[in-house]
Design a protein around this ligand. Structure first.
Ligand SMILES: [Ca+2]
Ligand SMILES: [Ca+2]
Ligand SMILES: [Zn+2]
Length: 306
């Protein structure tokens, strides 16, 4: 066994030396700066919209977006309706879910399919991505899908005039594919590079305070909304399952990580470590391990006890 590894090691080093000699001795990768989080404003629903009888209303507090890995735009986080300049962590709290259970529900809006892919295929890809997180052995999410029934979905899309609903639908909602204009309205020119985005919505009580029923100093997530940019070709250039797995990671409270580098020769972005939760797309990734799994387990390992 030991011998095997030594021999493989030497062969690999030899191969590497040979390669290194044949190639030009240039440093091909350039570290890319991690952008500062952005503060921005969103319109708020007018009148009594989005407010229930007990004075609870919902508010969009955060967007996390991933970019295509072929531009200088790196994925980023946007905080809305700035509350004292704090970059808060938001997380689900047991006993609060609109679906009445601590199991994690999700919904796929099939009324907004990609122009490139029929909804049967995109829903199957999203379903596989959700299953992948559900199958993490450290957590017990009990994930279940609420069947698509054509209802309008999307708090954020509704705010921006694309139709939708201010009502709770599921803990994590895949709201579908939106035109490029939606992303440019939200993120300006950067919106052109945005493949997908996840919004965090929280409950605000009658006094205007963010609800934290489990007192963990993390405002409680009411639900999350995920949108995909139909400016890209989801049949040929972007893998739906990979991006859905990334967005669902945000849906389950994970943030971005990994240091980005640009490979000069190809212009492509690479990450260290390469992970589902990298801030830019770098090709097919459909399995959760390493840092992605560690991040997931730190958040969900004890659920529904928090
Ligand atoms: Ca639930
Ligand atoms: Ca909390
Ligand atoms: Zn992201």
């Amino acid at each position: 066994m030991t011998n095997f590894f030594i021999r493989t090691g030497s062969l690999l080093s030899l191969a590497f030396l040979t390669l290194a000699c044949e190639q030009e001795p240039i440093v091909d990768t350039i570290a890319m700066a991690t952008p500062e989080a952005i503060y921005a404003d969103l319109p708020t629903p007018g009148g009594k919209l989005g407010k229930s009888a007990d004075g609870i209303r919902y508010e969009v507090v955060k967007a996390e977006y991933i970019t295509a890995g072929d531009s200088d735009e790196m994925g980023n986080t946007v905080f809305f309706n700035n509350r004292g300049n704090k970059q808060l962590d938001y997380d689900f709290a047991p006993g609060l879910s609109g679906d009445g259970t601590d199991a994690i529900s999700y919904y796929i809006d099939e009324a907004r399919p990609s122009q490139d892919v029929p909804s049967e295929l995109s829903s199957a890809a999203i379903g596989r991505a959700m299953d992948t997180w559900d199958e993490a052995t450290c957590s017990d999410l009990g994930m279940f899908r609420i069947a698509s029934d054509g209802r309008p979905t999307g708090f954020v899309s509704n705010l921006l005039g694309y139709g939708g609903s201010y009502e709770y639908v599921a803990d994590v909602v895949h709201n579908g594919w939106m035109p490029a204009s939606f992303f440019q309205q939200l993120f300006g020119n950067s919106g052109r590079s945005v493949l997908g985005v996840t919004f965090t919505l929280v409950a605000v009580d009658a006094q205007g305070d963010l609800v934290d029923i489990n007192n963990d100093r993390k405002p409680d997530v009411a639900w999350r909304e995920i949108y995909y940019n139909d400016r890209f070709n989801w049949a040929t250039s972007i893998d739906i399952e990979t991006v859905a797995l990334h967005e669902a990671g945000h849906g389950l409270s994970q943030g971005h990580f990994g240091k980005a580098f640009r490979k000069e020769s190809t212009g492509k972005v690479q990450f260290s470590p390469r992970a589902i939760m990298n801030a830019a797309y770098s090709g097919l990734q459909t399995e959760v391990d390493g840092t992605d799994n560690a991040g997931h387990c730190s958040i969900w390992g004890n659920w529904p006890n928090k």
